[in-house]
Design a protein around this ligand. Structure first.
Ligand SMILES: *[C@@H]1O[C@H](CO)[C@@H](O)[C@H](O)[C@H]1NC(C)=O
Ligand SMILES: *[C@@H]1O[C@H](CO)[C@@H](O)[C@H](O)[C@H]1NC(C)=O
Ligand SMILES: *[C@@H]1O[C@H](CO)[C@@H](O)[C@H](O)[C@H]1NC(C)=O
Length: 230
């Protein structure tokens, strides 16, 4: 009797053990897709330099646009307006009238841009218990276990965001999505003179979140992004 049950138990062990491993793997949580429209205030820390920014972020997928309104600490207020067709306007609204137009071969982030991220488990971040994922070694993403709202993300180059507010469904009025006229002057001289200005220029090359986000999509999609005139 006993000798007959042993092989059965062994059989169950070898065949059910991998199955239970697989079952626990497919039960890993997945990041909540981004709401199609939201407004978020982010504290950005470029952790390699310690430079701080407040990002007033308006994500608007149905209208194919994304806005990063960036206040640099005791510095410039910079507008980074991204269209899904790949055009980004990076400008100031002060008397310097600076504007830079960049073109990327990738659009704005898709609401499901975190699909396929690797689950790393749970961790406390900013005092919130979070599920953590990593995607293609480019981003680490922390989501509140209870509310499924993003709490924090960190890009591989040190660009980090702490989510202070997250208003699902909030939409910025159309009038605010109009880049200023000096972005449309087709004059290279003018563009050079007014261009990105040290601060914006440096930040662009080091990775404005908008550009950086496009680079992330670029990298994860394996697409070639082209920056005109840069
Ligand atoms: C920004 O990040 C750096 C590096 O992690 C850290 O030392 C610094 O305290 C952070 N700044 C703030 C205001 O949290
Ligand atoms: C993309 O859309 C914006 C907003 O409508 C427009 O200003 C820009 O010229 C477009 N870019 C291209 C390459 O069509
Ligand atoms: C986009 O990706 C390609 C290769 O996948 C890379 O060569 C290129 O530098 C990337 N562009 C940007 C702006 O990151």
């Amino acid at each position: 009797m006993a000798s007959a049950t042993k092989p059965v138990a062994f059989f169950l062990l070898i065949f059910l053990f991998p199955f239970s491993l697989h079952a626990s793997k497919s039960a890993d949580p997945t990041p909540a897709p981004w709401p199609h429209q939201f407004h978020s205030i982010l504290i950005m820390n470029q952790t390699q330099t310690g430079a701080l920014q407040v990002n007033d972020l308006w994500y608007d997928w149905p209208n194919g646009r994304n806005f990063n309104i960036l206040q640099n600490q005791l510095g410039k207020l910079t507008y980074d307006l991204e269209w899904d067709n790949g055009t980004s306007y990076i400008y100031t609204l002060d008397s310097d009238k600076e504007c830079r137009v960049l073109h990327f071969d990738v659009g704005i982030l898709h609401p499901n841009w975190l699909d396929g991220a690797t689950y790393l488990g749970q961790q406390y971040l900013d005092g919130f218990l979070c599920n953590v994922w990593e995607k293609v070694d480019f981003i680490w993403y922390y989501e509140d276990v209870l509310t499924k709202r993003p709490v924090h993300w960190l890009f591989f180059n040190g660009y980090s965001a702490h989510v202070m507010t997250f208003e699902e469904g909030a939409v910025l009025e159309d009038a605010n999505w109009q880049a200023p006229v000096y972005c449309f002057l087709d004059d290279k001289e003018e563009e050079k003179r007014n261009s990105p200005v040290t601060e914006v220029g440096v930040r662009v090359s080091k990775g404005v979140p908008g550009r950086f986000i496009r680079e992330v999509i670029n990298a994860s999609a394996g697409l070639q992004a082209v920056i005109e005139g840069a």
